[in-house]
Ligand binder design. Sequence first.
Ligand SMILES: [Zn+2]
Length: 227
Amino acid sequence: MQKLLDFVKNAPGTGLVAVALALAISACGNVGQVSADSKSAAVSISPTEKSSLEGLEGSSYQNSAQWRDCVSSASPFYPDVSGLVGKINPVIGKMADISPPVNEVALLDAPPRGENSVGVFLCNGMSASANALYRTVSLSNDFIGRLKEAVRANGGGDDEFVSGLAFVLYHEIGHAVLNHSALKLRGDAKFGLPQELEADQFALDVMAAVGISTKGVETARSVADVY
Ligand SMILES: [Zn+2]
Protein backbone atom coordinates (compact mmCIF):
# COMPACT_ATOMS: atom_id res chain seq x y z
CA MET A 1 0.00 0.00 0.00
CA GLN A 2 2.76 2.41 0.89
CA LYS A 3 4.58 2.10 -2.41
CA LEU A 4 1.31 1.96 -4.24
CA LEU A 5 0.40 5.39 -2.99
CA ASP A 6 3.78 7.11 -3.14
CA PHE A 7 2.74 8.95 -6.24
CA VAL A 8 0.11 10.94 -4.36
CA LYS A 9 2.35 11.88 -1.44
CA ASN A 10 2.80 15.40 -2.72
CA ALA A 11 -0.77 15.86 -3.84
CA PRO A 12 -2.48 19.00 -2.53
CA GLY A 13 -5.08 18.57 0.19
CA THR A 14 -3.38 15.69 1.98
CA GLY A 15 -4.08 17.32 5.34
CA LEU A 16 -7.78 17.40 4.56
CA VAL A 17 -7.62 13.76 3.58
CA ALA A 18 -6.07 12.87 6.92
CA VAL A 19 -8.89 14.68 8.73
CA ALA A 20 -11.50 12.96 6.59
CA LEU A 21 -9.93 9.58 7.16
CA ALA A 22 -10.01 10.13 10.90
CA LEU A 23 -13.70 11.00 10.62
CA ALA A 24 -14.29 7.92 8.50
CA ILE A 25 -12.59 5.70 11.04
CA SER A 26 -14.52 7.16 13.96
CA ALA A 27 -17.79 6.73 12.08
CA CYS A 28 -17.05 3.05 11.72
CA GLY A 29 -17.49 2.37 15.42
CA ASN A 30 -15.01 -0.50 15.63
CA VAL A 31 -11.79 1.38 16.20
CA GLY A 32 -10.86 -0.85 19.11
CA GLN A 33 -10.42 -3.76 16.76
CA VAL A 34 -7.76 -2.04 14.68
CA SER A 35 -4.29 -3.33 15.52
CA ALA A 36 -1.18 -1.25 15.04
CA ASP A 37 -0.11 -3.30 12.00
CA SER A 38 -3.52 -3.45 10.37
CA LYS A 39 -2.44 -1.36 7.39
CA SER A 40 -0.95 -4.23 5.45
CA ALA A 41 0.01 -4.11 1.80
CA ALA A 42 -2.19 -5.36 -0.99
CA VAL A 43 -2.96 -9.06 -0.68
CA SER A 44 -0.45 -11.04 -2.75
CA ILE A 45 -2.11 -13.81 -4.69
CA SER A 46 -0.63 -16.90 -6.30
CA PRO A 47 -1.34 -17.87 -9.92
CA THR A 48 -3.65 -20.57 -8.56
CA GLU A 49 -5.59 -18.03 -6.50
CA LYS A 50 -5.81 -15.71 -9.52
CA SER A 51 -7.37 -18.55 -11.51
CA SER A 52 -9.76 -19.33 -8.67
CA LEU A 53 -10.82 -15.69 -8.37
CA GLU A 54 -11.35 -15.41 -12.11
CA GLY A 55 -13.38 -18.62 -11.84
CA LEU A 56 -15.58 -17.02 -9.20
CA GLU A 57 -16.12 -14.01 -11.43
CA GLY A 58 -16.89 -16.32 -14.34
CA SER A 59 -19.45 -18.22 -12.29
CA SER A 60 -21.08 -14.95 -11.32
CA TYR A 61 -21.17 -13.87 -14.96
CA GLN A 62 -23.21 -17.02 -15.77
CA ASN A 63 -26.14 -15.58 -13.77
CA SER A 64 -27.66 -13.83 -16.78
CA ALA A 65 -30.78 -12.70 -14.88
CA GLN A 66 -28.58 -10.75 -12.48
CA TRP A 67 -26.60 -9.00 -15.19
CA ARG A 68 -29.71 -7.96 -17.10
CA ASP A 69 -30.22 -5.57 -14.16
CA CYS A 70 -26.70 -4.18 -14.60
CA VAL A 71 -26.85 -2.34 -17.93
CA SER A 72 -24.77 0.61 -16.79
CA SER A 73 -25.65 2.89 -19.70
CA ALA A 74 -29.33 2.59 -18.70
CA SER A 75 -28.60 4.04 -15.26
CA PRO A 76 -29.54 7.67 -14.60
CA PHE A 77 -26.16 7.94 -12.89
CA TYR A 78 -24.13 6.72 -15.87
CA PRO A 79 -22.77 10.20 -16.70
CA ASP A 80 -21.59 10.80 -13.13
CA VAL A 81 -19.92 7.41 -12.77
CA SER A 82 -18.46 7.59 -16.26
CA GLY A 83 -16.83 10.89 -15.32
CA LEU A 84 -15.33 9.37 -12.18
CA VAL A 85 -14.05 6.35 -14.11
CA GLY A 86 -12.43 8.75 -16.56
CA LYS A 87 -10.66 10.50 -13.67
CA ILE A 88 -9.24 7.37 -12.03
CA ASN A 89 -7.87 5.82 -15.22
CA PRO A 90 -4.77 8.02 -15.55
CA VAL A 91 -4.09 7.38 -11.84
CA ILE A 92 -4.52 3.61 -12.08
CA GLY A 93 -2.02 3.65 -14.93
CA LYS A 94 0.66 5.00 -12.54
CA MET A 95 0.12 2.35 -9.86
CA ALA A 96 2.91 0.05 -10.94
CA ASP A 97 2.64 -2.13 -7.84
CA ILE A 98 -0.83 -3.46 -8.62
CA SER A 99 -0.44 -7.18 -9.24
CA PRO A 100 -1.89 -8.74 -11.31
CA PRO A 101 -1.75 -5.46 -13.25
CA VAL A 102 -4.76 -3.24 -13.95
CA ASN A 103 -4.50 -1.18 -17.12
CA GLU A 104 -8.01 0.18 -17.15
CA VAL A 105 -11.24 0.68 -15.22
CA ALA A 106 -14.20 0.16 -17.57
CA LEU A 107 -17.87 0.97 -17.01
CA LEU A 108 -19.67 -1.94 -18.70
CA ASP A 109 -23.17 -2.91 -19.81
CA ALA A 110 -22.54 -6.66 -19.62
CA PRO A 111 -19.83 -9.03 -18.45
CA PRO A 112 -17.16 -10.22 -18.92
CA ARG A 113 -14.62 -7.56 -18.00
CA GLY A 114 -11.48 -7.43 -20.10
CA GLU A 115 -8.13 -8.92 -19.11
CA ASN A 116 -6.13 -6.67 -16.74
CA SER A 117 -9.08 -4.42 -16.07
CA VAL A 118 -11.59 -3.61 -13.37
CA GLY A 119 -15.17 -3.90 -14.65
CA VAL A 120 -17.76 -1.56 -13.08
CA PHE A 121 -21.51 -2.14 -13.27
CA LEU A 122 -24.48 0.00 -12.19
CA CYS A 123 -27.22 -2.38 -11.08
CA ASN A 124 -30.87 -2.40 -10.10
CA GLY A 125 -32.19 -4.71 -7.40
CA MET A 126 -28.98 -5.10 -5.39
CA SER A 127 -29.35 -5.96 -1.70
CA ALA A 128 -26.06 -4.21 -0.81
CA SER A 129 -25.06 -0.63 -1.61
CA ALA A 130 -22.03 -1.88 -3.50
CA ASN A 131 -19.71 -4.85 -3.70
CA ALA A 132 -16.49 -6.10 -5.22
CA LEU A 133 -15.83 -9.64 -6.43
CA TYR A 134 -12.15 -9.80 -7.37
CA ARG A 135 -11.93 -7.21 -10.20
CA THR A 136 -15.69 -6.85 -10.74
CA VAL A 137 -17.34 -3.89 -8.97
CA SER A 138 -21.10 -3.37 -8.71
CA LEU A 139 -22.86 -0.26 -7.41
CA SER A 140 -26.56 -0.13 -6.58
CA ASN A 141 -28.59 2.45 -8.51
CA ASP A 142 -31.00 2.57 -5.56
CA PHE A 143 -28.11 3.43 -3.24
CA ILE A 144 -26.80 6.16 -5.53
CA GLY A 145 -30.30 7.62 -5.65
CA ARG A 146 -30.52 7.60 -1.86
CA LEU A 147 -27.12 9.28 -1.67
CA LYS A 148 -28.25 12.03 -4.03
CA GLU A 149 -31.42 12.58 -1.98
CA ALA A 150 -29.47 12.66 1.30
CA VAL A 151 -27.06 15.26 -0.08
CA ARG A 152 -29.96 17.42 -1.25
CA ALA A 153 -31.74 17.01 2.11
CA ASN A 154 -28.60 18.34 3.79
CA GLY A 155 -28.54 21.31 1.44
CA GLY A 156 -25.57 19.99 -0.50
CA GLY A 157 -24.95 20.48 -4.21
CA ASP A 158 -23.83 18.32 -7.10
CA ASP A 159 -20.18 18.56 -6.08
CA GLU A 160 -20.99 17.00 -2.71
CA PHE A 161 -22.98 14.23 -4.40
CA VAL A 162 -20.11 13.49 -6.80
CA SER A 163 -17.69 13.47 -3.85
CA GLY A 164 -19.76 10.86 -2.00
CA LEU A 165 -20.18 8.80 -5.15
CA ALA A 166 -16.44 8.96 -5.83
CA PHE A 167 -15.70 7.74 -2.31
CA VAL A 168 -17.91 4.66 -2.68
CA LEU A 169 -16.77 3.88 -6.25
CA TYR A 170 -13.07 4.27 -5.49
CA HIS A 171 -13.47 2.32 -2.22
CA GLU A 172 -14.81 -0.66 -4.20
CA ILE A 173 -12.09 -0.28 -6.83
CA GLY A 174 -9.65 -0.31 -3.88
CA HIS A 175 -11.00 -3.68 -2.74
CA ALA A 176 -10.63 -4.88 -6.33
CA VAL A 177 -7.06 -3.79 -7.03
CA LEU A 178 -5.85 -4.78 -3.53
CA ASN A 179 -7.05 -8.37 -4.14
CA HIS A 180 -9.19 -8.40 -1.03
CA SER A 181 -11.45 -11.13 -2.44
CA ALA A 182 -8.54 -13.53 -2.01
CA LEU A 183 -9.18 -13.39 1.75
CA LYS A 184 -12.63 -14.87 1.14
CA LEU A 185 -10.97 -17.70 -0.80
CA ARG A 186 -8.84 -18.28 2.28
CA GLY A 187 -11.88 -18.61 4.53
CA ASP A 188 -12.95 -15.13 5.63
CA ALA A 189 -16.71 -14.69 5.42
CA LYS A 190 -16.39 -11.02 4.50
CA PHE A 191 -13.85 -8.24 4.30
CA GLY A 192 -12.49 -7.30 7.74
CA LEU A 193 -12.05 -3.86 9.19
CA PRO A 194 -8.40 -3.63 8.02
CA GLN A 195 -9.56 -4.19 4.44
CA GLU A 196 -12.31 -1.59 4.84
CA LEU A 197 -9.81 0.95 6.13
CA GLU A 198 -7.39 0.18 3.30
CA ALA A 199 -10.19 0.63 0.78
CA ASP A 200 -11.15 3.92 2.45
CA GLN A 201 -7.56 5.12 2.30
CA PHE A 202 -7.25 4.08 -1.34
CA ALA A 203 -10.43 6.04 -2.14
CA LEU A 204 -9.33 9.17 -0.25
CA ASP A 205 -5.88 9.13 -1.83
CA VAL A 206 -7.32 8.76 -5.33
CA MET A 207 -9.75 11.60 -4.63
CA ALA A 208 -6.84 13.81 -3.53
CA ALA A 209 -4.83 12.84 -6.60
CA VAL A 210 -7.62 13.71 -9.04
CA GLY A 211 -8.81 16.82 -7.20
CA ILE A 212 -12.16 15.67 -5.79
CA SER A 213 -13.10 17.12 -2.41
CA THR A 214 -14.04 14.93 0.55
CA LYS A 215 -17.18 16.90 1.36
CA GLY A 216 -19.53 14.03 0.46
CA VAL A 217 -17.66 11.26 2.29
CA GLU A 218 -19.59 11.42 5.54
CA THR A 219 -22.95 11.44 3.79
CA ALA A 220 -21.92 8.46 1.68
CA ARG A 221 -20.90 6.54 4.78
CA SER A 222 -24.18 7.38 6.50
CA VAL A 223 -26.29 6.22 3.54
CA ALA A 224 -24.32 3.10 2.60
CA ASP A 225 -25.02 -0.18 4.38
CA VAL A 226 -22.48 -2.85 3.59
CA TYR A 227 -19.83 -1.70 1.20
ZN1 LIG B 1 -15.63 -2.12 1.64
